[in-house]
Ligand binder design. Structure first.
Ligand code: BES
Ligand code: MN
Ligand code: ZN
Length: 493
């Protein structure tokens, strides 16, 4: 989708649809005032009679208004003025974007961002409006040709503003590109998106962008490095594991890189500890951590940020097989620590621990892993926040602030020593499950043992990576949070 700026009063913009926001109890925004004046007070009279809905996310499509060059006006309700905040604004923009898609408009002009509310910056509102409209117009078409009557994504959206805001739209396009990549990878079926596919995807990213190099580690190489935890998971699958290492060198050579590590389990059957069949198909999303770090990598490369970034994707499939790893096996990780496998379905941590150990060779300033790691994360936080666990307060605060800024929020949970003993076993340095209580935290405790000397954060995105129980698919999260964090770090470096 193309974004552009139009510096004209809304009444003069020729487009299929003008989009404005209104609140209950607030003043009309500048663009709403302009349309109101041009149309002889239509907006205010329809608001008065209740024919324009102001409830959050409610939309009203108006036709045939006098005095406008545009064919229609879409009025998006943003709820009560005094309750308006970043996440409610985001939801309203998204609702507007969804109508634009469902009505099959090809062009629109958006002025949602001139709706003011407390503590919000107009530049931020423009960026969020652009991102939300883009997000709502995502349509999956890889294995299904869109039918004639199906919603058609917008081709172009213009926004009211002048050249001084050009950089914001460039940034939004950078965000949108990575985010769409993350979402598509998540939505692809597991027979297409397997470890080799992710490797291919990384190779095309490396070819497409400047300052990017790919290092692809095959199983033999991983075996030489002693990655028996990762390889143990992969043993039951006929799809060979790949360790994908993408490097982006946008900063000075002596600047320590940020490392993003993604769980890329392209399908998680549970292995011999087989999952119940009921929800097993959802485990095609078990590579959404990988998808989000690849997406953030693409955004970083597209925006050519002045930092050094490494993206490591541990791509494997977890399947039952005569050669599969078993409950009771003890495996030695690359770090030398031994792990007793008590449940082959706790495979994410097995794969990640070796990828985390591998990350140390880059002398990183921070390592952030992203994984659909535990069902317990969903119990704890539901679908609105990603779980965040870190051994470094500053890193945790930076990530939370980035999530707040882009409305892709994370919530910090504790990494206290007390939880560590749940991983004790007489047969190895640790076992791979920590029992019923605090499942998200004991998984993080497990990972922390491989990051003792690093500034490290772990994001459990089992609840936020896709929309459960409906057909909406992958969310791309927390690609936005990560990209925002990388932008913030670029400004600080
Ligand atoms: N990929 C799953 C986590 C998951 C489950 C994400 C459901 C989203 C929805 C992970 O590999 C897993 O199976 N975790 C187990 C761990 C347990 C065996 C300790 C879980 O959470 O049940
Ligand atoms: Mn599992
Ligand atoms: Zn898994």
């Amino acid at each position: 989708m193309k974004f552009s700026l139009v510096n004209e009063s809304p009444r003069l913009v020729q487009t299929e649809c003008l989009v404005i926001g209104v609140t209950a109890g607030g003043d009309l925004s500048a663009s709403a005032q302009d349309i109101d004046a041009a149309s002889g007070g239509k907006i205010s009279s329809l608001l008065e009679t209740g024919d324009i809905e102001t409830g959050l996310g409610k939309t009203t499509l108006l036709h045939g208004l006098n005095g406008l060059a545009a064919s229609r006006v879409l009025v998006v309700g943003c709820g009560k003025q005094e309750k308006l905040n970043p996440s409610r604004f985001d939801r309203a923009c998204q609702a507007g974007g969804t109508v634009l898609r469902d009505r099959a408009f090809t062009r629109c002009h958006v002025s949602l961002h001139d709706l003011e509310f407390e503590d919000s910056d107009p530049r931020w509102r423009l960026r969020q409006a652009a991102l939300a409209v883009h997000r709502a117009n995502y349509l999956y078409t890889v294995t299904k040709a869109p039918k004639d009557e199906a919603p058609v994504p917008l081709k172009a959206a213009s926004f009211s503003g002048d050249e001084s805001q050009e950089a914001i739209l460039v940034e939004a396009e950078g965000f949108a590109l990575g985010f769409a990549k993350a979402r598509l990878l998540g939505d692809l079926p597991p027979n297409i998106c397997n470890p080799a596919y992710l490797a291919q995807e990384a190779s095309s990213i490396a070819n497409q962008y400047d300052k990017v190099e790919l290092d692809l580690l095959e199983e033999e190489h991983m075996a030489e490095l002693g990655m028996d935890a990762l390889l143990g998971v992969s043993r039951g699958s006929s799809n060979a594991a790949k360790l994908i290492v993408l490097k982006y060198s946008g900063g000075p050579t002596d600047q320590q890189p940020i490392v993003l590590v993604g769980k890329g389990v392209t399908f998680d059957s549970g292995g011999l500890s087989l999952k119940p069949s009921e929800n097993m198909m959802q485990m095609k999303y078990d590579m959404c951590g990988a998808a989000s770090v690849l997406g953030a990598f693409v955004s970083c490369a597209k925006l050519q940020l002045p930092i050094n970034l490494i993206c490591i994707v541990a791509a494997v499939e977890n399947m039952p097989d005569a050669d599969a790893y078993r409950p009771g096996d003890v495996l030695t990780s690359m770090s030398g620590k031994t792990i007793e496998v008590l449940n082959t379905d706790a495979e994410g941590r097995m794969v990640l621990c070796d990828a985390l150990t591998y990350s140390e060779k880059f002398n990183p300033r921070a390592v952030i892993d992203v994984a659909t790691l535990t069902g317990a994360a969903v119990v704890a936080l539901g679908h609105h926040a990603s779980g965040l666990i870190s051994n470094d307060d500053e890193l945790a605060e930076d990530l939370i602030a980035a999530g707040d800024a882009i409305v892709d929020r994370a919530w910090r949970m504790p990494l206290w020593d007390e939880y560590q003993s749940q991983l004790d076993t007489p047969f190895a340095d640790m076992k791979n499950i920590g029992g019923m209580s605090a499942g998200m935290l004991t998984a993080a405790c497990f990972l922390s043992r491989f990051m003792e000397d690093q500034n490290w954060a772990h994001m459990d995105i089992a609840g936020s990576a896709w929309k459960w129980g409906c057909d909406d698919g992958a969310t791309g999260r927390p690609c936005g949070l990560l990209t925002q964090y990388l932008i913030d770090q670029s400004a600080n470096s």
